[in-house]
Design a binder for this molecule. Structure first.
Ligand code: URA
Length: 176
């Protein structure tokens, strides 16, 4: 990805935000795209949404260091606008390779873009979350994006229900 210029987002970015965490993680979380803070620091989920994500992980007895966190899009879309279809298709091969190399037991997709991109669907996130899906043989749990939770705290309860399903599955798989 170094020096990537496959889409116009390269013109305004400060850093490519590749991903961070344990490359042998059992759980990979996939967000949408780096925000301004992530662009400046070069790491995913280091802004306000990231702080909330960290709290959710800690409540699950996980941490940034024990999971792997990345985004569908590796460069910051100006003004935090939605990623465009051509930007997603330019960047998607890198996400696919990350997942193929890490081979996690569970993928958690955060929000509409990550979920719809990996599941190749246009079904709304509200209908997809809370149920197990499959991506290339890997169990995938969609849930709401933490940035959405900052605006809609009532989404926290369903997210916690989704994360309890993830914890249960991790426990079951550790035993078997
Ligand atoms: N939102 C995302 O989807 N990803 C980040 O890295 C930060 C905020």
């Amino acid at each position: 990805l170094k020096g990537c210029s496959r889409c116009p987002l390269c013109q305004q970015r400060c850093n490519i935000v590749f991903g961070a965490g344990d490359p042998q993680a059992r759980v990979v979380l996939v967000g949408e795209a780096p925000g301004r803070e992530e662009d400046l620091q070069g790491y995913p989920f280091v802004g306000e949404a990231g702080k909330l994500l960290e709290k959710i992980l800690l409540a699950m007895n996980l941490s940034r260091e024990t999971v792997y966190i990345c985004n569908v899009i590796k460069c910051h879309p100006p003004g935090n606008r939605d990623p465009q279809a051509d930007e997603i298709s330019a960047c998607e091969p890198f996400l696919k390779q990350q997942l193929a190399l890490i081979k996690p037991e569970i993928i958690i997709t955060l929000g509409r873009f990550a979920t719809q991109t990996l599941l190749k669907t246009t079904v709304p996130i509200g209908k997809l979350r809370g149920q197990w899906h499959e991506y290339e043989g890997i169990a995938l749990m969609p849930t709401f994006h933490p940035a959405y939770l900052l605006r809609n705290p009532s989404g926290k309860r369903p997210v916690w229900d989704d994360m309890k399903q993830v914890m249960q599955r991790l426990e079951n798989q550790a035993e078997s």
